[in-house]
Design a protein around this ligand. Structure first.
Ligand SMILES: [Zn+2]
Length: 88
């Protein structure tokens, strides 16, 4: 999930409420990092509600679901090194 804002006018259908969404308005793009074809444009408000309801996994949770229960190498390293944020 990352912020998205297009400059060309287009409309998408929000996967959460099923209503139309203008690309010019502020919204978010949700997609697994390894498969851009699955990306969906969604209202920021709908995504926030879905997250509060626990219906939208974070990117890490999503990838875990798609690839199985095995945590990625970087995820395991992060757990082994508490307090060390990568890249900071
Ligand atoms: Zn919506």
């Amino acid at each position: 999930m990352r912020p998205a804002q297009n400059l060309k006018p287009a409309t998408y259908t929000c996967p959460f409420c099923g209503k139309q969404l203008a690309s010019m308005s502020e919204h978010v793009l949700i997609a697994p990092e390894d498969d851009r074809s699955k990306r969906r444009h969604a209202h920021m408000e709908c995504v926030r509600k879905a997250r509060q309801a626990g219906r939208l996994p974070t990117r890490a949770e999503w990838l875990e679901t798609e690839r199985g229960p095995q945590p990625s190498l970087s995820e395991r390293l992060r757990r082994l090194l508490p307090g060390r944020e990568s890249g900071e």
